[in-house]
Design a protein around this ligand. Structure first.
Ligand SMILES: [Mg+2]
Length: 371
């Protein structure tokens, strides 16, 4: 049933069935400026005072030792500050690293601790785009797992989402990945992630603003979407589907959270409805139900409330693959009309070249009339 879980979004993204969404943070869930200006600015402004205050904290000592080791192997250049083993001296080196956006483990770990304090005091709020929390809710309701893959440490990912401008979003996540899993531009990282998510790579949709990361994910077999948050940005090269927000992506359209009904051939609807009516059923319009995240059904339901909504459920694939006439013959052969009267619903789904009929017994406590 490819595509049936996904409403074709305004940007034309059409993806086959998704079991998990893997998300980048910077430029995808969160504005680049939040990371580059707010977070980096916060750490820069507080590094010296933080080091002063927590200089004897064993974890901070660990970060300083790592920074010292990194400093030792730094290629000498005139601007490189001398190593001084005191809070002010280390802060100077930290500023130097930040100005150059050096991917230093010691720096990242120290920044994580500074941010953690900021989040805890409420001075920092993790910023997410407004379309992000509703998408999380939607995907969770559809049984789609959500995971993060970001070069920021797992700790800083968790702090950001735990203290976000939309509240604590961490309950939505199944798992977090950072560069300890591997580089974001290495396909092997994505194979490992799919394994950890217990999904086939093709069932995972990776969303990022960096095409090279998407290339790597695709090389590992994942599906991809390029997140271009700035509508005025230069057009992408077309290698990956483009989205501008999470609205419209894996979206159920109805306000009740049900998925949109894929069009049904009028002839098929008329044939099934007509057949139901000819067998004494009062059915009106066909409707659409998703029984579990993977199966969509067309439903013809008895309108009379006295018999409690008994209904025929037909798998979308059956509707697509069988002609109206063959479908009616099948219903005839399986005595479906009689079966529904004594059961709650009859559900028919395609199974390989055949089909399977399940009869769901009458609901307990169902209202019955005495006469
Ligand atoms: Mg990014």
């Amino acid at each position: 049933m490819p595509g049936s879980l996904l409403h074709p979004d305004p940007d034309g993204v059409e993806l086959s069935r998704i079991g998990a969404v893997l998300l980048d943070i910077e430029g995808t869930t969160t504005p680049l400026d939040f990371v580059h200006k707010t977070l980096f600015g916060y750490a820069r402004a507080r590094a010296a005072a933080f080091l002063e205050r927590r200089w004897d904290d064993p974890e901070v000592r660990g970060d300083v030792a790592r920074l010292n080791a990194e400093h030792l192997v730094e290629s000498p250049e005139p601007s490189l500050p001398l190593w001084r083993d005191n809070p002010r001296g280390v802060a100077v080196y930290v500023h130097w690293l930040m100005e150059r956006d050096v991917k230093s483990t010691g720096l990242k770990s120290l920044q994580g601790k500074i941010w953690e304090e900021g989040y805890r005091s409420g001075e920092l709020k993790g910023e997410v785009y407004p379309d992000v929390p509703p998408a999380f809710k939607r995907w969770r309701n559809q049984g789609i797992g959500i995971a993060i893959f970001s070069s920021g440490s797992v700790q800083s990912q968790q702090s950001l989402f735990k203290n976000s401008n939309a509240g604590d979003l961490t309950p939505f996540f199944r798992v977090y990945f950072d560069t300890t899993t591997g580089s974001k531009k290495d396909p092997r990282s994505y194979s490992r992630i799919a394994q950890a998510l217990k999904c086939r790579p093709a069932e995972v949709l990776f969303i990022s603003d960096v095409p090279a990361e998407l290339d790597a994910a695709r090389a590992a077999g994942m599906q991809t979407a390029l997140c271009v948050r700035d509508p005025a940005a230069a057009p992408a090269d077309g290698a990956h589907q483009v989205i501008h927000s999470f609205d419209g992506l894996l979206v159920p359209l109805s306000p009740d959270g049900s998925l949109p009904m894929p069009p049904i051939p009028a002839e098929t609807d008329a044939a099934v409805s007509g057949w139901m009516r000819s067998r004494g059923w009062r059915v009106d319009q066909v409707r659409w139900e998703v029984d579990d995240p993977n199966m969509g059904f067309y439903v013809w339901q008895e309108e009379a409330p006295s018999i409690g909504g008994h209904a025929l459920w037909l798998d979308e694939a059956m509707i697509r693959h069988l002609k109206a006439k063959d479908l009616v013959q099948l219903l005839e052969r399986e005595s479906v009309a009689e079966e529904i009267r004594i059961s709650y619903k009859v559900r028919i789904e395609e199974r390989g070249a055949g089909y399977r009929v399940s009869v769901v017994p009458r609901r307990s406590g169902e209202f019955r009339q005495v006469k």
